[in-house]
Design a protein around this ligand. Sequence first.
Ligand code: NAD
Ligand code: UDP
Ligand code: UDP
Length: 322
Amino acid sequence: MQQTKRILVTGGAGFLGSFLCERLLQEKQEVICVDNFFTGRKSNVSHLLENKSFEIVRHDITFPLYVEVDEIYNLACPASPVHYQFDPVQTTKTSVHGAINMLGLAKRVGAKILQASTSEVYGDPEIHPQQESYWGRVNPIGPRSCYDEGKRCAETLFFDYWRQHRLQIKVARIFNTYGPRMRPDDGRVISNFIVQALQNKPITVYGSGQQTRSFCYVDDLIDGLVRLMGTKDEVTGPINLGNPAEFTMLELANLVVELTGSRSAIKYLPLPADDPRQRQPDIGVASRELGWKPKVQLRAGLGKTIAYFEDLLSSGGSHAIA
Ligand code: NAD
Ligand code: UDP
Ligand code: UDP
């Protein structure tokens, strides 16, 4: 019989973290959710509070944390450009000091530790689709650097703790992921487009709308993370997790308008600095090492996400969820 593990999820009250906590509890594990509630919300996990195996701790991981756990999923870090650029110094600290603290914790208690890294480590890529062996093209001094370079440095720390201290590490490079529980004011493209379409407001396409992204539905992504944590010790990653189906932002806008039956028109706004022009994961490694591939197509995933935002907006809009 499998033994119950005690698992720490940092950023556990955020979008991805809350689904991960839910999934781990379904698997009868004990979960400690640590969050400073910068972008996360108690309401994302309030339905888990009655479960005796679940605990929430308000804590900022840039400060040391002493708990006794078997596994750590390190997800704490704002992920939307709007939020990570709000206090860029804190963003870098969260990735770098946060990683050091969580790695120090993992080292002291002998826990296995997974890092939620990102496709942003590839920057504005010259290689397409992106394979894990690609080193990336990242501006070290731009407005996105606090996130991109913070995450790159966190990967460095993970691999140094692995080489130097023989920690069991797992590094996932997550590509754009979406689903219910994203905030209406999250600022990322899927939530922006859906909220705008549902309110018949202009859909804000940045630049020409010809830049591409590849969108993964949250359930698929969580499944990938849990599989990665369960791999044998030799599998450290980095491993890309994402859905290879690639769309331009204009295609996405049109799809959202179609699925919501919206009267919204497209409004073009300037492209933000250093916005990557294309992004698509090569998931060959995930397929080989984890037996994983995403199952939910964009149309189906958008349908579920639209239903979530419809409910949210009809029950009082973004104020209702603050
Ligand atoms: P999110 O903003 O919803 O979640 C991040 C959580 O971390 C929030 O609950 C926030 O309050 C918490 N947090 C932030 N700083 C903290 C700190 N210093 N101490 C403790 N908690 C802190 O974002 P998300 O989309 O759920 O992303 C989760 C993780 O996955 C992030 O590390 C992000 O970089 C990574 N990721 C996400 C995507 C995506 O498309 N969703 C893509 C690539 C990587
Ligand atoms: N740390 C922590 N919890 C622990 C153990 C360590 O938060 O249970 C922090 C500690 O504050 C330290 C960091 O992790 O700053 C790195 O720890 P490590 O043991 O690797 O380095 P050292 O303490 O020798 O600087
Ligand atoms: N984007 C857009 N309109 C919006 C928000 C974003 O056209 O209202 C574009 C953005 O410029 C980028 C893409 O959509 O090219 C994805 O942006 P997001 O912030 O979701 O993720 P990231 O750029 O971090 O991949």
